[in-house]
Design a protein around this ligand. Structure first.
Ligand code: SIN
Ligand code: MN
Length: 276
């Protein structure tokens, strides 16, 4: 697997990284957030999953699948949603200000985390939300160690170059409806690009193009695999015809103003001090 060495420097993807993103459709950046920064998010995620709010979507077993919109009701996830290490590289790629189209804290719970079938996110943003162009992308932060065994996100490199592919609306396989790709399409794309599953420690960051095909298998291990996904959309590309609730596809198109780089650390320290 191809690893991009080094930290994510705010606003400064190198020419090499930009070229790699263009060719492969993703960038994997280990060591972007420290243990101290990630530990507080991990605790807050567990607390959110334990609540009974509509934004927490559950697997058929009742285990948490994802918590939507956590940046709107949780301060630590709010800070992460405006973090310069995530906002600035995506701003750099799109060349304009961003708003938050979607925000998910995916659980992939120990033993009970279910599959995410092969799909392209822009397929859903276009069909369900009326997003004009694939000028939005996910930038993800690993909250737990993502291993080969606990349902890592799998990507098909170069698949973003095929545009928006035909998909079927699958409401059966899991608790969550998804526009999924058929086996023939996935086979054809994998013959060209292969499959990668970036693994790494909490604090790693993975960004990928809205048309990059991805999915993940179930987790039958005792190790949870939490990942936060910010879906950042260029403001001029805001959605036009939403059909999903506003806590899944946001209607607030206000440009995100990044917080200071140490804001999450300051939050972690003040809340640890308050707890002691
Ligand atoms: C997604 O595709 O939106 C999530 C996949 C995962 O977290 O495994
Ligand atoms: Mn997805």
């Amino acid at each position: 697997m191809k690893l991009t060495p080094g930290k994510l420097t705010p606003g400064k993807l190198t020419q090499g990284q930009l070229a790699e993103f263009d060719e492969q459709g993703y960038l994997f950046l280990p060591d972007c957030f420290s243990d101290e920064e990630v530990a507080v998010l991990r605790r807050e995620a567990e607390a959110i999953y334990a609540t009974d709010r509509q934004e927490v979507w559950r697997e058929t077993s009742g285990a948490p699948r994802t918590a939507f919109a956590a940046h709107t009701y949780n301060e630590a996830f709010g800070i992460l949603g405006a973090h310069p290490r995530l906002i600035e590289p995506v701003e750099q790629l799109f060349g304009e200000k961003l708003y938050m189209h979607q925000y998910k804290v995916n659980a992939k719970a120990a033993f009970d985390g279910e599959v995410w079938q092969w799909h392209q996110d822009y397929g859903t943003w276009a069909r369900d939300d009326g997003m004009p162009e694939p000028r939005a992308m996910n930038i993800a932060v690993f909250l737990d160690e993502v291993m080969a065994i606990n349902g890592p996100l799998m990507l098909i490199p170069k698949s973003h170059r095929h545009g928006t592919l035909a998909a079927g609306h699958d409401r059966q396989t899991t608790s969550y409806p998804l526009w999924t790709l058929d086996k023939e399409t996935v086979t054809r794309l994998v013959e060209d690009g292969g499959v990668v599953a970036p693994t790494g420690k909490p604090g790693a960051v993975l960004m990928f193009h809205g048309n990059l095909v991805h999915g993940s298998a179930g987790n039958i291990t005792p190790f949870p695999r939490k990942i936060v996904y910010l879906t950042l959309c260029a403001v001029s590309n805001h959605i036009r015809k939403p059909t999903r609730p506003d806590w899944i596809a946001h209607r607030d198109f206000t440009p995100i103003q990044a917080v200071p780089d140490d804001a999450l650390l300051a939050y972690a320290r003040s809340h640890r001090a308050a707890a002691e």
